[in-house]
Design a protein around this ligand. Structure first.
Ligand code: HEM
Length: 229
């Protein structure tokens, strides 16, 4: 039987005030009056599809996991499509940003040359100090590249002269060569997977002078001044 709204309303028992003198438990106190919300609004709110931040995170994690699995099956030994080098570069850059740099002078840096086994091994390249303790076999005492430890030998990274050029002073070397060779090794340390950024070298001017013959020769004096011509 179809009931009209009016009939339904009439069929619903209405609690009478005389039936129970004590206030009903279900009747809210007048102070706790609920704000009236229209039925249409309630239905609309129920039907609304909510897509929160958490859902977005779930989708992204799901996609990342799917991509890793696919990469592993297609590439073989990589979860990130063979982009480990790029990832390492970004990861090291983030780590560097989060690290509070230590500023060290040359005398202090020299203490970290690997001779004290209690200390880490540091080297500096182009004024940036790295912890290369993971390469102790190369940079520690007796290692093939121990002369790089505890100092900034930027010049030697360019010239390959590991005897006379163990200095940060690169003056007199062609700018392009400096950019290429030093840039190569600077990137090597910055992007290395086990060497970590420490801080910066506070260079002592003239503490590490380049011999006269290595410095750029002074500009020859012009024989005739332009106004003499
Ligand atoms: C400008 C010249 C050169 C510079 C600046 C240089 C620099 C370096 C550095 C910094 C490392 C250590 C890499 C690390 O920490 O893993 C290294 C490793 C090595 N270099 Fe050189 N190098 C030069 C020339 C040479 C030459 C000419 C040879 C070959 C005769 C050579 C052979 C090696 C070898 C075999 C290693 C690996 C050592 C190991 O893993 O134990 N390098 N080089």
């Amino acid at each position: 039987m179809v009931q009209t709204r009016k009939q339904a309303r009439e069929a619903t028992p209405v609690p009478s005030a005389s039936a129970d003198a004590t206030p009903s438990k279900q009747t809210p106190p007048p102070s706790a009056k609920k704000p009236k919300v229209s039925k249409a609004k309630l239905i609309e709110e129920e039907d609304r599809v909510t897509f929160g931040v958490l859902d977005l995170l779930r989708v992204l994690i799901g996609m990342a996991l799917f991509s890793c699995t696919l990469s592993y099956f297609i590439i073989g030994d990589s979860y990130i499509w063979g982009q480990e080098k790029v990832a390492r570069r970004y990861w090291n850059a983030i780590r560097k940003t989060l690290t509070t740099p230590i500023y060290m002078d040359e005398a202090t840096l020299a203490l970290y040359n690997g001779t004290d086994p209690a200390l880490p091994i540091y080297l500096s390249i182009n004024g940036t100090i790295y912890d290369v303790s993971a390469g102790r076999s190369k940079y520690g005492p007796g290692g093939g590249y121990s002369f790089f430890a505890g100092r900034d030998a930027s010049r030697a990274y360019i010239t390959g002269d590991f005897k006379n050029d163990l200095t940060w002073d690169v003056s007199g070397i062609d700018e392009e060569r400096v950019q290429q060779s030093l840039g190569h090794w600077a990137k090597f340390f910055a992007n290395h997977d086990t060497y970590t950024f420490v801080g910066y070298l506070v260079k002592t001017p003239k503490a590490n002078p380049v011999e006269e013959d290595k410095a750029s020769p002074p500009e020859p004096e012009p024989e005739h001044m332009p106004d003499e011509l």
